[in-house]
Design a protein around this ligand. Structure first.
Ligand code: P70
Length: 440
C-alpha cells in the first residue's frame, strides 16, 4: 500500500500513463489479464518437465496435441506471444492494397495488418459501438456490411476475415455461433478464409452456453471446438485464456500456409518447434489449455467479473453493458462528460483511480486507437473506456470490493477531474509509452 502523496509522485513520474508505473507502486493490478493469471499446481509441475532440446522438444508435441484435441486445428507454430503470430500470418497472407475486414480492431493485430500493407475495415454490428446497448452478442459481424465490402473491392482483395471471439475493444463481448456459421457460409461462397483471434475463446464459449438457444447443456469444451471448426486458422495469445505468463501460437489447417509460416517463424521467433519459448513454457501452455476449457473454471472466472460489474451497476456507475468476459469497462464519456475526447478522458480517469487507491487500470479510447495511417489524424473512437481487467485465479471478491469502493469515490468527485495533454507520442502503439501532463 502507498499513500496518496506517494501515488501523486508516481503518476506524475509515469506521465499519467498507467503502463509506465512500477508495479511495486500498485495495490490491485487490473491493468491487464495478459500473462498475469496464476498458474496451477499442475502447470508448475509441468514446468519441471521442460525438455530444453533445441529441436523436437517433447513439450512441443504435448502442446501440438493439446491444440489439436481442444481446438481442432491441424498445424501449429509456437510464438513468444500473440503478436508474434499476428506478424507471421499478416506477412504471409496480406499483400499491399488488401482489405482486412474484422469485428472491431485490436491494436497489435491492426498494426501488423497495416505494416503488411493492408487496411483494416470494421464490420462489427453497430450495437458494439454503443456502450448501453444490451445486445447479447455485441461481437457479431454485420454480414451485410461484409457483403457490400466484398462487392466494392472484390474477393481477391480480401485475404481473410480477422475474426475475434470475445471482442476486447468492445468490452469483452461475445460473438454467437449462429453468426459465425452465417459468416462461414458467406465466406465459402466467395472463397475467403477466416483467421480467428482465439485469445479469449473459452470466455466467448461461456456466453454462448448461457445465452444462445440450444447450448445450455453443451460443455465449454465442445463449444470451443465448434467455434474453431468454422474457421481456417487462428492466432493465440496464450497469456489470457490459456493461463500462462508467456506464450502463443499460430494454428492453420492449410498445409502450404503452414509451411510458409514454419519458414518465417525461424526469422522472427525461433525454430518451428519452440518459436521463442522454453520447453517448460510450452508444457505449461499445454496444461493451461486443458484447464481453460473446464466449465467450473470458466464459470468462476466470468462470475468474478460479473461480481465487480454488478457492484458498479448498483452504484449507477456508467459501464459497458452487458458485462463482458475479462473485465469491466467504464464509459469515460459518461463518467467525465465535461472533458472533450481530445483531452483524453479515459486516460485521465485511469490516472485518477490510481491516485485514489493504487488500483491500476488501462485506457481503451482515443489514445489506444492511434492515428489513421493515411491522414495521420487521431481516430476518434465511439467508445472511450477505462478497462478494469481481472487476472484469472489471482484476486478475491474482497479485492473487488476495494476496487468498487474506489471507483465510487472517484465517481462522487468526478466533476473535479481535469483533462490531459499529450507531451510525448511514440510512432507505434502509442498507448504503451505516451506521456501526458495535466491541463491546468
Ligand atoms: C490485453 C493484452 C493482447 C491481445 C488481445 C487480442 C484480442 C491479440 C493480443 C496480442 C495485451 C495488450 C496488447 C496491446 C495493448 C494493450 C494490452 N492483449 N489479440 O491486455 O497478444 O499481447 O500476447 O502479443 O487481447 O488486452 P500479445
Amino acid at each position: 500500500m502507498t499513500t496518496r502523496e506517494e501515488r501523486q509522485k508516481a503518476i506524475i513520474h509515469a506521465g499519467y500513463n498507467t503502463f509506465l508505473l512500477r508495479s511495486r507502486d500498485v495495490y490491485v493490478d487490473l491493468l491487464t489479464d495478459s500473462g498475469t493469471s496464476a498458474m496451477s499446481d499442475r502447470q508448475w509441475s509441468g514446468m519441471m518437465l521442460g525438455d530444453e532440446s533445441y529441436a523436437g522438444s517433447e513439450n512441443f508435441y504435448h502442446l501440438e496435441a493439446a491444440i489439436q484435441k481442444y481446438y481442432g486445428y491441424r498445424y501449429i507454430v509456437p510464438t513468444h506471444q500473440g503478436r508474434g503470430a499476428e506478424n507471421i500470418i499478416s506477412k504471409i497472407m496480406i499483400k499491399p492494397g488488401d482489405i482486412v475486414p474484422g469485428n472491431m480492431y485490436f491494436t497489435t493485430t491492426r498494426l501488423h495488418q497495416e505494416l503488411a500493407g493492408g487496411t483494416f475495415v470494421d464490420i462489427i454490428i453497430d450495437e458494439a459501438h454503443d456502450s448501453q446497448s444490451e445486445h447479447p452478442f455485441k461481437g457479431n459481424v454485420n454480414l451485410e456490411k461484409l457483403e457490400s465490402l466484398i462487392k466494392v473491392y472484390g474477393a481477391k482483395k480480401i485475404p481473410y476475415i480477422s475474426l475475434a471471439t470475445s471482442v476486447n475493444m468492445a468490452g469483452g463481448q461475445p460473438i454467437s455461433l449462429e453468426n459465425i456459421r452465417g459468416l462461414r457460409k458467406l465466406t465459402h461462397q466467395y472463397g475467403i478464409k477466416i483467421i480467428h483471434d482465439m485469445t479469449r475463446v473459452a470466455e466467448n464459449a461461456y456466453f454462448i452456453k448461457m445465452r444462445e438457444t440450444g447450448y445450455r447443456n453443451k460443455s465449454i469444451r465442445s463449444i470451443v471446438k465448434e467455434i474453431c471448426s468454422l474457421t481456417d486458422g487462428a492466432t493465440m495469445s496464450a497469456k489470457k485464456d490459456a493461463l500462462v505468463n508467456i506464450g502463443g501460437f499460430l494454428a492453420l489447417n492449410d498445409k502450404s500456409l503452414y509451411e510458409e509460416a514454419s519458414n518465417l517463424v525461424v526469422i522472427y521467433e525461433g525454430l518451428h518447434t519452440y518459436g521463442g519459448l522454453a520447453g517448460r513454457d510450452m508444457e505449461a501452455m499445454a496444461i493451461g489449455i486443458t484447464e481453460s476449457v473446464d466449465d467450473n473454471h470458466i464459470r468462476a472466472r466470468v462470475g468474478q467479473v460479473e461480481y465487480l460489474g454488478n457492484k458498479l451497476l448498483d452504484a449507477k456507475i456508467p459501464i459497458v453493458k452487458p458485462i463482458g468476459g475479462h473485465g469491466i469497462f467504464l464509459d469515460a464519456k459518461k463518467f467525465v462528460p465535461h472533458l472533450k475526447q481530445i483531452q483524453f478522458p479515459a486516460q485521465s480517469l485511469a490516472a485518477e483511480i490510481y491516485l485514489d487507491s493504487g488500483v491500476r487500470t488501462m485506457e481503451r479510447g482515443i489514445v489506444s486507437a492511434g492515428r489513421n495511417k493515411d491522414t495521420d489524424d487521431h481516430y476518434y473512437p465511439e467508445l472511450e473506456l477505462v478497462r478494469l481487467t481481472i487476472p484469472r485465479r489471482v484476486y478475491t471478491q474482497a479485492h473487488m470490493d476495494v476496487v468498487a469502493e474506489s471507483v465510487q469515490e472517484v465517481f462522487t468527485n468526478r466533476k473535479k477531474i481535469k483533462g490531459l495533454k499529450m507531451v510525448y507520442e511514440p510512432k507505434y502503439l502509442r498507448f504503451f509509452q505516451a506521456r501526458f501532463q495535466k491541463i491546468k
